[in-house]
Design a protein around this ligand. Structure first.
Ligand code: ATP
Ligand code: MG
Ligand code: MG
Length: 547
């Protein structure tokens, strides 16, 4: 269990509790409600909630809603749903917008201390004046405004007397600091836009670097865990907490963000995929969003175990997405019943099987889970097998059906191929076999052996179903300078129509199965209807089964 193993963040917490710096730890997960959560957020959720759990502390879910034009209640709701689905309960639910009044008064405090000023430079000028890594910044001509003037102008900003972008409030720190973040960062901007919670009450909004430390301090967050890009912002974070005279002093700790192979991990890019209709919504089963993973069929356990296993590191790295597949296979191995599904059907007529006879064959539901029991599977004269399980002219080592060859039907009989029928285009449409009653599964027949076992479903009883097979959405090709949308895999989804066993007729959205030889599948929540089962392939089996 990786959660109890140690990591550098846990070591800090242990020290802080032992030294008495904190009696109780409080962490937070602080998403901006500008998109759906992705697997990277899941890592942060698992880290924050598990850390607090382990030390009997608390975790807040806080919406960092300080950027009204990009935020929406739809996202707030989806984020709450996803956190709960992952298995976590927040101790408090907060919105940064609830602190707007307090943030405003802290900004006024900075002005009164001579530590903030209203600046009229344009955004371009501000960038230019800021300097570079090798060049110190230049002071704004508005830096010397008096406290009275600043108070008056900031009040006017708040009262809507200026247009968007006309003025900003900046912290007065040090234009020559080697850390560019400390060169008089903007802490308030004007935006005459509707906020999804505060409406048009405010037309000035705090910048992230000002808002975030205040949010943490107001809530008494002890350990504010964020991703590595913010390491350079830590001096500013500490400056804000100190100069705004916050009573509680949170500690920012950075860790490496999760990157996965063949997956986009940015809400902005994920939103582009949704807006451009490259995918069918935020919950498209190809999306690395929590909603997409859920619809694909990943379980909360598999995602949590994956997040715990990858642990926390201080150095950025890319995790192979096959690792996530490993955890879903491990979780579903004992949970998911085995069943047979034919994805690309080919009809087989068993010529010597009695017309109109149906027998029920017992087949075990899960050899890896004794409690799963057995089910009765109908068998009669016509069945479906996979097209790829028959070849007219097989290569060497092909042990499935071909003229003259005998195979085992899983849980049923040996059948031998005698004839096949082709259509005008030359496609095999039907094959004719004979079965040997003596070879019935479970009868103890040992007189001869066959090398291949194939699966099947009874044609008369089979339930039609749609199968959606997925490949990565992104073709990773770092050697080219293709734009993001040009890297989209045009073949990321394959839709097939086939059959499942009749006992699947009552399968419900989110039911998960292992289809013999094909992998793990989940009943789709969006396209499954009363009369039509749609399955998403979660992951294939780790199969040595290849031609
Ligand atoms: P994105 O760029 O994907 O939108 P973000 O950091 O802007 O990510 P937020 O809503 O601000 O998204 O993130 C909420 C929390 O999730 C933050 O604490 C952030 O550090 C964390 N987080 C976001 N992406 C990752 C990731 N890939 N790995 C780990 N943590 C992440
Ligand atoms: Mg963010
Ligand atoms: Mg972002």
């Amino acid at each position: 269990n990786a959660s109890s193993s140690s990591n550098f963040i846990k070591n800090i917490v242990v020290d802080d509790l032992q030294s008495g710096k904190h009696k109780e730890i409080i962490t937070r997960f602080p998403p901006e409600p500008n998109g759906y959560l992705h697997i990277g957020h899941a890592k942060s959720i698992v880290l924050n909630f598990e850390l607090a759990d382990e030390f009997k502390g608390k975790t807040n879910l806080r919406f960092d809603d300080t950027n009204p034009t990009k935020e929406d209640v739809e996202y707030v709701e989806s984020i709450k749903e996803d956190v709960k689905w992952l298995g976590y309960e927040w101790d408090n639910l907060y919105f940064a917008s609830n602190y707007f009044e307090e943030m405003y008064s802290r900004a006024v405090l900075l002005i009164k201390k001579g530590l903030a000023y209203v600046c009229d430079l344009t955004p371009e000028e501000i960038r230019e004046y800021r300097g570079t890594l090798t060049e110190p910044g230049k002071e704004s001509p508005y830096r010397s405004r008096t406290i009275e003037e600043n108070l008056e102008l900031f009040d006017k900003m708040k009262n809507g007397e200026f247009k968007d972008g006309e003025k900003v409030l900046r912290a007065k720190i040090d234009m020559t600091s080697p850390n560019i973040n400390m060169r008089d960062p903007i802490i308030y901007r004007i935006s005459h836009s509707e906020h999804h919670r505060t409406g048009d009450k405010w037309c000035i909004y705090p910048m992230y670097d000002f808002a975030h430390p205040l949010e943490d301090a107001i809530e008494g967050i002890t350990h504010s865990i964020c991703t590595l890009e913010f390491a350079d912002h830590r001096p500013l974070y500490d400056w804000v907490v100190k100069e705004c005279e916050m009573e509680k002093v949170p500690q920012q700790i950075e860790f490496a963000r999760l990157n996965l192979t063949n997956a986009v991990m940015s809400k902005r890019k994920l939103k582009l995929l949704v807006d451009e209709k490259v995918v069918d919504g935020w919950d498209d089963p190809r999306m690395p969003t929590v909603a997409g993973l859920r619809r694909r069929g990943y379980t909360p356990e598999s995602i949590r175990n994956f997040c715990k296993e990858i642990g926390v590191a201080k150095a950025a790295s890319i995790v192979d997405s096959q690792m996530l597949d490993y955890f879903i296979r491990e979780d579903l191995n004992t949970k998911a019943p085995r069943t047979m599904a034919i994805l690309r059907p080919l009809k087989v007529v068993i010529t010597n099987y009695p017309e109109d006879q149906v027998e029920m064959l017992p087949i075990e539901n899960n050899p890896d889970n004794e409690e799963a029991g057995i089910r009765q599977v109908p068998f009669s004269k016509e069945i479906y097998i996979e097209q790829e399980d028959f070849m007219e002219n097989p290569p060497k080592k092909y042990f499935r059906l071909f003229p003259g060859n005998e195979v085992r039907l899983k849980g049923a009989y040996f059948i031998k191929c005698n004839e096949f029928i082709k259509d005008e285009a030359g496609n095999v449409t039907e094959i004719h076999c004979t079965y040997d009653p003596a070879t019935k599964s479970g009868s103890g027949f040992t007189e001869r052996k066959v090398k291949g076992t194939i699966h099947w479903v009874d044609a008369k009883h089979a339930v039609p179903a749609e199968f959606r097979l997925y490949e990565p959405l992104l073709l990773e090709d770092e050697s080219t300078d293709k734009s993001f949308l040009e890297q989209i895999n045009p073949n990321s989804m394959d839709i097939l129509n086939g059959f499942v066993e009749d006992n699947m007729v009552n399968a419900k959205p989110q039911d998960k199965f292992q289809f013999f030889r094909h992998g793990y599948f989940n009943v789709d929540t969006k396209y499954t209807t009363e009369g039509k089962l749609v399955f998403n392939r979660i992951v294939s089996l780790k199969s040595s089964f290849k031609l």
